[in-house]
Design a protein around this ligand. Structure first.
Ligand code: HEM
Length: 353
């Protein structure tokens, strides 16, 4: 019998839920493979309805599994007095939220190291290790831990917020608008990027931007490590989960842009690079992993910023109901922007008659 105390139980009960996130992360690449297989079967096998259903189901699971991992993390965060295993499960679940972007990062690192082992072997080792880590928590006694609300304002938290504001001014609006231009075609994307690069690739701006983003990732992980064992509401848990995703995303994305593309391959990081041309994002067995990776990157960057804005509004005496709506509204906009960008990257075009 579980000795933990739960404030809410909106998901499965029982010890199985402690393993849900790493197990979902473990099987996540299988959904990518199923999608690739069903698209292939659709194109080569006479466009059968079974292949369409299989493609739709596996495409949905590319997002359902990360959604399930997020729910598992939020659920584990809602346990007031977690026992040792649940505390480990909570830590692992927050890291599992980043599984789609960790898979991309891992693939790039192994590719640059000339693939000493296949991605799948490294992937299984990572998540089997995570599952064992959770299980071993059950051996060290089941006594519940007292969790205290982690509301104290630390200097790192304040600097993390200030640095985020500078980053917002420097980059994301420009970068995401650039990718939205893909809806009008590769030329429109390239024309916008040519102008935007004058700003973010300027001699002083680029190192500042990279430095701030690396600081943001490191300080975010530091904050998350500090807060993850504490008591938190759903908003704080979501902020932690989205921040954990972004820490891996930002480092992996910069590794892809600066090290893999510009240094290792010596190619321009343009529309063709972003969309995995000539094969594209959908048809290539490796590129398909970029779809959830990018979608979640855009969604989490906007929803994480909205979570931060919610806290700022609350600190300035705004009504909780309004601050909550700002956060939820910002996240919905994040989902919409991410969807539009990905539709453009997968080939959808807007044309004026
Ligand atoms: C659909 C989503 C995204 C795609 C397809 C994408 C793609 C790209 C591409 C192609 C570049 C190279 C730009 C250039 O050569 O000028 C780039 C650079 C970069 N991206 Fe993204 N990106 C996405 C989202 C994000 C997000 C959410 C962040 C986080 C804030 C981010 C951070 C960066 C940074 C810091 C750079 C380096 C900028 C520089 O060249 O100085 N990206 N990205």
């Amino acid at each position: 019998m579980s000795t933990s105390v739960r404030r809410s139980s909106f998901l499965l009960e029982g010890p199985a839920v402690d393993y849900l996130a790493p197990v979902a992360a473990l099987i996540y690449p299988v959904t990518l493979w199923c999608f690739h297989w069903s698209v292939n079967a659709f194109e080569t096998g006479g466009r059968s309805p079974i292949a369409i259903v299989a493609a739709a189901a596996s495409f949905a699971s590319l997002f359902l599994l990360p959604g399930l991992i997020l729910l598992a993390a939020l659920h584990l965060a809602s346990i007031d007095k977690p026992n040792a295993r649940q505390l480990r499960a909570r830590r692992v679940a927050f890291i599992s939220v980043a599984a789609p972007t960790i898979l991309v990062f891992l693939g790039v690192l192994l590719f640059m190291a000339h693939n000493p082992i296949p991605d799948s072997v490294a992937w299984v080792a990572i998540w089997m290790g995570a599952i064992a880590f959770v299980g071993l928590g059950g051996l060290s006694g089941g006594e519940p831990h007292e969790t205290a609300p982690s509301q104290r304002v630390s200097t790192v938290r304040v600097v993390h917020g200030i640095s985020a504001s500078v980053i917002i001014l420097l980059f994301p609006a420009l970068h995401l608008s650039n990718h939205l231009m893909g809806l009008f075609g590769a030329e429109a994307h390239a024309a916008f990027m040519k102008v935007a690069r004058n700003l973010y690739r300027a001699k002083l701006v680029e190192p500042l931007l990279v430095g701030l983003l690396l600081f943001q990732a490191a300080s975010g992980l530091w904050l998350s490590r500090k807060y993850v064992a504490g008591r938190m509401d759903l908003f704080r848990a979501f902020q932690l989960a989205s921040g954990t995703y972004l820490a891996f995303y930002v480092v992996g994305h910069m590794d892809s842009v600066f090290i893999l593309a510009r240094t290792y391959l010596g190619i321009d990081t343009n529309w063709a690079f972003a969309t995995g041309a000539p094969a594209g994002l959908i048809r290539d067995p490796r590129n398909i992993r970029l779809v959830p990776h990018y979608w979640l990157g855009v969604f989490f960057v906007l929803s994480h910023l909205s979570s931060g804005l919610r806290l700022v509004l609350l600190a300035h005496g705004w009504r909780k109901a309004i601050a909550d709506r700002v956060m939820i509204g910002g996240s919905l906009v994040g989902g919409l922007v991410a969807t539009l960008i990905l539709l453009g990257m997968c080939g959808m075009r807007i044309q004026f008659a």
